[in-house]
Design a protein around this ligand. Structure first.
Ligand code: GLV
Ligand code: MN
Ligand code: MN
Length: 425
């Protein structure tokens, strides 16, 4: 069941309560409403994985925010949520938003800050009495982190035609549940997924606000920045096949232990990344049979690697694979390496980036990032820009991720200024 657009709301329909609060008050309320959803009691981190119950609760929250503001709510063919002020079909829309899903034990800000700030910025604009000359939409893109099915930005990749329906149907979670099964269980029709050029053609500009995932703004003393570029990045799966055997009785010389080869590969990844000025991380592994007293038969490790340019990234990944193969030969291990995803470098459109800087007074710092975003995927199809909000520790993808409320409100006001400058001309 794909929900169809509901009756369009009048363009000027303001939700009086929300608009009366303005951006700051609205942010506070929205943030506190969303905060408990999907938070794990022990870790304090978020487990909002695509098409699970926590995701459904986040989606229900989004829909309620849209409807309480008199916005036209719809879900697109790929399960992304949209809330429209003005005619969704008019074209040249200004769109803002982010994602509500999380990495395992993720922080509160990565994604939700952009969605909450979008609703708060709309409330701010309504409290200013802004008159819109272009349609405005707020979005929640599905499955940005790829925590469940391994591929990041599934909702935006499908929409932009960078992931085919066939490939999407092959995605499986750790329990063997396929993406279409998961969508169906969550009440969405997976038959319709695929490229959505007509929808993307309605967008004149997409602006994603996001918590910074580094300390550049903290070091420069700025609350808000503008994105310049996203590093090319990808995920590679390394399967080390050895031989299961008894941990107590198998002589060291007789072992074919894939854990050893995996460990040597982790060290090689660190070394190659350091040499190249890149980053490389093995953050997820699975071990079979996973017994404390058994030599493993299989160690599967996922490499995430990123660099400022494509050539450097290629150098790092090639060197890590070479080191892994050399160790595998020595250890009697069979190795298979599969690239599971890849995102080329993204250079955000200069004209829109300059326009944002002009709207915000001309002296906003412009910074690159090693983190992936839906904005990066969409940038191939529509003019796209990003705003970053200061993160005083730089920590992200962790329960310790943090941004001060004053800085978040500065982000809301900056986003409101940008939306006003773009959509109220
Ligand atoms: C998403 O946050 C990523 O950069 O992996
Ligand atoms: Mn993230
Ligand atoms: Mn994010």
């Amino acid at each position: 069941m794909i929900p169809t657009p509901e009756a369009p709301a009048p363009r000027s329909a303001a939700a009086p309560a929300a608009a009366a609060r303005g951006g700051a008050g609205s942010f506070h309320t929205l943030w506190n409403e969303l905060a408990p959803i999907g938070r794990h009691a022990d870790s304090g981190g978020y487990r909002r994985y695509a098409w699970t119950g926590a995701d459904a609760d986040c989606r229900a929250w989004f829909r309620a925010q849209a409807e309480s503001r008199g916005l036209t709510y719809e879900v697109d063919r790929n399960g992304n949520q949209w809330a429209w002020l003005g005619d969704p079909l008019a074209g040249d829309a200004v769109v803002t938003g982010s994602h509500l899903d999380s990495v395992p034990d993720g922080g509160a800000f990565d994604g939700p800050l952009g969605v909450v700030s979008s609703f708060a910025a709309l409330d701010e604009l309504r409290s200013r009495g802004a008159a819109f000359s272009r349609p405005l939409a707020i979005t929640n893109f599905g499955d940005e982190e790829g925590a469940r099915f391994g591929l990041a930005c599934v909702g935006s990749r499908l929409a932009a035609g960078q992931l085919t329906k066939e490939k999407a149907y092959e995605l499986r979670d750790g329990d063997g549940v396929s993406l279409p099964e998961a969508m169906e269980r969550a009440g969405y029709d997976p038959e319709t997924i695929g490229a959505d050029p007509e929808r993307l053609a309605r967008i004149g500009a997409f602006v994603e606000l996001h918590v910074e995932q580094g300390r550049a703004l903290d070091l420069s003393g700025d609350r808000v920045g503008i994105a310049s570029a996203i590093w090319p990045h990808g995920r590679w799966r390394f399967d080390f096949h050895g031989e299961a055997n008894h941990a107590g009785t198998t002589r060291l010389v007789d072992r074919r232990d894939p854990m050893l080869t995996y460990a040597a590969t982790v060290l090689a990844a660190r070394q190659e990344a350091a040499l190249a000025g890149a980053v490389a991380t093995f953050g997820k592994i699975s071990v079979e049979p996973n017994g404390v007293n058994a030599i493993p038969s299989l160690v599967r490790g996922w490499l995430d690697s990123r660099a400022a340019d494509q050539a450097t990234l290629d150098t790092v990944v090639t060197a890590v694979e070479k080191a892994a193969r050399e160790h595998a030969d020595r250890d009697g291990i069979d190795l298979a390496v599969v690239r599971e995803s890849f995102t080329p470098v993204v250079e955000f459109e200069h004209a829109l980036r300059d326009e944002l800087n002009r709207i915000l007074g001309g002296s906003v710092p412009v910074l690159g990032t090693g983190a992936g975003h839906d904005a990066g995927i969409l940038s191939a199809a529509v003019p796209t820009a990003m705003l970053f909000v200061r993160n005083p520790t730089g920590v992200s993808h962790s329960p310790r991720e943090f941004a001060a409320e004053d800085d978040c409100v500065a982000g809301v006001l900056a986003l409101a200024d940008v939306l006003e400058g773009l959509a109220c001309r």
